[in-house]
Design a protein around this ligand. Structure first.
Ligand code: IMP
Ligand code: MG
Length: 370
């Protein structure tokens, strides 16, 4: 079985929590590097693939990723010392992944400093390492001598082959596309984007898997949608909340960057943006996260107009819902169900799960996901 998990907004949709509820035997990080932050089982990570919480799951970093070996080593040791999770013998990096050097970090900082319209990068060297990669002057991790201190204690292996082998042997491979669709280098809000492909197809390409894989019966693509919008840094975002709402929801939803601790910008759910992200990714199912964060309001706003509509965005409202315990499908309040219906209409994908609280079990299942 192959599961692809992709963020439908600007990252931070709650992919980590969704992934922690899907037991898998092989966990693949497809793109990006230490710029991403995922909270899995309450543990924040940046480069270690999310399946680390399952004790024997293989953890693979794909060819299309970038790796900061110093930060990766720190992360591996932190998991070991703070959480008694040992990933050392089950983490493998594709030799073709590009390596982030101190020069990339320095360039990220100086380019961001000199930039007129700031992108608000995470200063992890992400832009410069991809610039070097595409200019064909980058360094693949497999090209370093084996005794180079940066790779001495890391395992390198062909991730594409490991994925194919695992699928042949009936394993469950989960591919996590880092960041979110709207940060994609081609289809996101350029130039306020990251430097990799953060779409499902881009993720498959980053591993070296054919798109036709998604057609066979044992593959599924899950798009993760937060019940409102956040983005960490400058760039277009429709339906941005007024300060008072933004403040409340930021605190309730803990909307601070995992990598940079910056307060995230807050906006209402944008149905036009989701429609666009669904066209690009083609998810089979959607998981709607953090609906509890919007509870106890008279009304909940959302953006209704198409993403490519140049006019002022059209904002509409739905009756709010209360935070009283939602334990089963029948408890889902009318306003929320109505909004789920609109999401399904616009994305042509079924909402299979709804997050109704922070706990691992605070999830209502609406559709049986194969
Ligand atoms: P970079 O990826 O560090 O170059 O940053 C480019 C833009 O992408 C900035 O706006 C970052 O805040 C944003 N970004 C990068 N990775 C993530 C992520 O995992 N979640 C949310 N925003 C991200
Ligand atoms: Mg994140």
């Amino acid at each position: 079985m192959l599961t692809v998990v992709v963020g439908m907004q600007w990252g931070d949709e709650g992919k980590g929590k969704v992934v922690s509820g899907i037991h898998h035997t092989v966990s693949v990080r497809m793109n990006g590097g230490p710029n991403a932050g995922h909270t899995v089982g309450g543990i924040p990570v940046h480069q270690v693939p999310p399946g680390f919480i399952f004790p024997s799951t293989h953890l693979l970093i794909a060819a299309g990723s970038v790796v900061d070996p110093f930060k990766l080593r720190q992360e591996i040791l932190r998991l070991l010392h703070d959480y008694s999770i040992d990933v050392r013998h089950r983490l493998f990096i594709d030799p073709r992944a590009h390596i982030i050097t101190p020069d990339h970090l320095a360039r990220d900082a100086s380019e961001e400093h000199d930039r007129i319209g700031k992108i608000g990068t995470t200063l992890t060297g992400n832009g410069p390492v991809h610039a070097d990669k595409y200019a064909r002057r980058g360094q693949q991790i497999g090209s370093l001598p084996r005794d180079d201190e940066r790779v001495r204690d890391l395992n390198l292996d062909d991730v594409r082959e490991q994925v194919l082998d695992a699928l042949d042997f009936g394993g469950h491979v989960l591919l996590l596309v880092a960041h979110g669709t709207m940060l994609d280098i081609d289809h996101g809000t350029y130039p306020f984007v990251t430097s990799s492909h953060c779409t499902a197809a881009g993720g498959l390409a980053a591993v070296g898997l054919p798109p036709s894989f998604m057609r066979h019966g044992h593959s599924r693509m899950i798009g993760v949608v937060k019940a409102y919008t956040t983005r960490v840094a400058p760039g277009p975002m429709r339906g941005e909340m007024k300060d008072a709402d933004a403040h409340t929801i930021r605190e309730l939803g803990h909307e601070y960057g995992t990598t940079t601790q910056r307060p995230r910008r807050l906006g209402w759910l944008d149905l036009g943006q989701l429609e666009y992200a669904a066209q690009i990714n083609g998810p089979d199912f959607l998981v709607l996260t953090k609906t509890d964060v919007l509870a106890d309001r008279d009304k909940v706003s959302f953006v209704a107009s198409s993403w490519n509509d140049e006019a002022e965005p059209i904002i509409k409202f739905v009756k709010g819902w209360s935070s009283t315990a939602i334990r089963q499908t029948g408890d889902l309040p009318a306003g929320l169900l109505w909004l789920i219906g609109r999401i399904e209409e616009r994305t042509r994908a079924r909402v299979s799960q709804v997050g109704v609280g922070p706990g691992a079990n605070d999830v209502i299942r609406l559709a049986t996901v194969p």
